[in-house]
Design a protein around this ligand. Structure first.
Ligand code: ADP
Ligand code: 2DT
Ligand code: MG
Length: 220
């Protein structure tokens, strides 16, 4: 298995717009790796269970207001509070599968259009976090996403905002973090998407095992 060949677990992140299928595919990959005898931990951000996560949850549900910089830093802090655990799990041979990470953090905050907060500013607080071995970007057109049902009631779940998010993910996929991303066509059936993901994960696991690459950090 991965841990024997690489000497550590993998850090695998899922990103994409709302309804792209992240949560569905995270669950499937966790299941699949577990069946193959791998140790797996499933994490999602925001982690709404911690005290900081509860503040974020209130904000997302529209029950509280937060200044733009403040909520941005809370999302980042919510990742930092789990960073040491993630590193320890990976060192112990567990593969950690993450539903949204700092890429969402940068893109959603920047999409607000606050003139003091561009992508570069938004990325700084996350520098130094464990760096994903792969970020599987589930790519879905707006039309396909619309077929998957309406948005919920949460902040950000509005057409105009989602259009800005889509554009900014595009920018991010072409900038500092471009080597992290593998784009997956998320418009196919659940099984077909799962198969593409499996093959990308196997590819990255094999290449890392060959190079014995240690877990990285998000670079400035
Ligand atoms: P996300 O976590 O990215 O918001 P979900 O995994 O919750 O997305 O999926 C959003 C909706 O789309 C759910 O109703 C889910 O059952 C459905 N769905 C997920 N993957 C597919 C797919 N490949 N084709 C059609 N519908 C899908
Ligand atoms: P879900 O729980 O449905 O994925 O929605 N978000 C997420 C941010 O604004 N900043 C972040 O750092 C992260 C991780 C994206 C969570 C919502 O919170 C947004 C949608
Ligand atoms: Mg989800």
């Amino acid at each position: 298995n991965t841990a024997d060949k690489l000497g550590r677990g993998l850090l695998i992140v899922f990103e994409g717009l709302d309804r792209a299928g992240k949560s569905t595919q995270c669950a499937r990959l966790v299941n699949d790796l577990e069946k193959r005898g791998e140790k797996v931990k499933h994490v999602r951000f925001p982690d709404r269970t911690t005290p900081i996560g509860k503040m974020i949850d209130n904000y997302l549900r529209g029950e509280s207001q937060q200044e733009d910089h403040v909520i941005h830093l809370l999302f980042s802090a919510n990742r930092w509070e789990l960073a040491a655990t993630i590193k320890a799990e990976i060192a112990a041979g567990t593969t950690v599968i993450v539903d949204r990470y700092y890429y969402s953090g940068c893109v959603y905050s920047t999409a607000k259009g606050n003139p003091d907060m561009d992508l570069a500013w938004c990325r700084h607080p996350d520098e130094g976090l464990p760096r994903p071995d792969i970020c599987l970007f589930l790519d879905l057109s707006a039309a396909e996403a619309a077929k998957r049902g309406g948005w919920g009631e949460e902040r950000y779940e509005k057409k105009e905002f989602q259009d800005r998010v889509r554009k900014l993910f595009g920018t991010m996929r072409e900038s500092a973090d471009k080597d992290d991303f593998v784009v997956i066509d998320a418009g196919k059936s659940e099984e077909e998407v799962a198969d593409s993901i499996k093959s990308e994960v196997e590819k990255v696991a094999a290449s890392l095992a060959a190079s014995k690459k240690p877990l990285g950090r998000v670079q400035p």
